[in-house]
Design a protein around this ligand. Sequence first.
Ligand code: ADP
Ligand code: NG1
Ligand code: MG
Length: 478
Amino acid sequence: MTDIKVDQYLPIYNKNNNFVPILKPNDFMNQRLKKISNFYEMEYKKKPNFFVRVPGRVNLIGEHIDYSGYPVCPMAIEHDILIAVGNDVSCGIHVTNIDEKYSKFYGYSLSKSREEIESEKIPHWWKYFLCGVVGGLLEVSNLSKEINKSLAAVVWGTIPPAAGLSSSSALVSSGVLAATVSHELWMPRDVLVERSAKSERLIGTEGGAMDHAIAFLGKEGTAELIEFNPLRTTDVKLPHDSVFIIIDTIERHNKAQCNNYNNRVTECKLAAKIIAVKYDKPWNNINTLYDIQKQLDKDLKQMSKIAASSLKTYDINEICDVMKVTVQKLQDSSVKVEQNDKRLFAVGQRAQHVFDEALRVMEFQNVCMDKECNNQINQLGELMNQSHKSLKNLFDCSTERIDRVVDLAIDCGAAGARLTGAGWGGCVIALTTKDKLHNFLFDIKNKLKVEFNLNDDYNMDTLVFPTQPGMGASIYLN
Ligand code: ADP
Ligand code: NG1
Ligand code: MG
């Protein structure tokens, strides 16, 4: 098996910036590459061919609206998934992790990866990587020969997992990148986004594309407004005196291990279809709240009023009555409901959150653009506070602990704070100004220690840290 010859593709990268950049590592990255390289050599008795790095992200505002088709405003962070990649194992696909708590995976062949993912319902860590491999390669036509190539990888992640900072998507996206580059398939970044978002759904979560979009399209120094269908990014320059701080609640929530996330996806889909029925529109092809907003040609405020006044919480029979359909018809239209479904679907609350949050994203972007505004930080903070209130009361995805951390952040002088990511655990993002940062960090760390009895085993600097917009995915050659 010959090593890939990335050099011959460098001219493509120089021509335009649609591709993941091949970077020269700085000193810090050099040290990390050395460490992961050594690990790779110990494991596979050969040097890796190249490395991929995909960052995590923090979402500033626009939570649980990407899968309803609305724009979001995240930024890439410095925490990442770094993977050393080669193709030098005797056969099959091998992936191992620097952190020994993650067991090794030795698979038979790339073409069997999909079966491995679906083999049992448990979302083992390596399945996220395999999702990326499958999504990156198997759906590409005329690849039947190449996909028999072997793939050997070592994963090193620094994103706190299951904490709303998108460790899962960084792992899936880096799997896509590792697999495509090792097969010399050079794909533009928007194609990688689409493939990665689709791939991650193989693990079972029916998520949107926010995480993969910022993973590939993030830029140093700026947050991004990400629009979907078609995918489009716009830089959002944050106020120069602003600082965003990530606060880890230490509560964890694995999205693929329980139904919370997918239940919300179903509720939002049902909300869109019920609105369609109520307005005498064909509901079958309405899949998102954005679809129905377009159909009705109404603005977000009007849509929010519709959600608040004409939708409520229904059980499955009530939904069938309102829509004059059978459960079977809903299933045929890819709504994940069951006969005798025991769930209550709070479609009114969920839809109201989505429309209001979509409006807040637009306002957030407007405040950031308004350089004349002398109250930018407070206005952004207020939008973040409203977002959290809505996630807690309407979307019901917060926890007591997250709410407490949000309150503590505000007590310590934050202009605003909210849960970030899917919720039910994970991190809070707080906003303050650079001049207040030092005191804020000191106070919040102390308050967290007391409130949650955190002993010296906890490194407070890894639980509470300021963050800046970082760059998206990159490739390093060996
Ligand atoms: P997140 O909010 O971080 O995306 P998810 O619940 O979507 O949370 O995904 C978390 C899962 O991703 C973990 O349980 C683990 O299986 C996988 N994962 C994340 N980071 C790593 C890592 N460094 N090494 C191995 N697996 C990881
Ligand atoms: P996290 O919490 O990082 O797994 C998830 C979804 C996003 C988005 C947010 C909530 C995936 C891959 N990620 O992120 O698309 O819906 O929740 O805003 O499903
Ligand atoms: Mg995730």
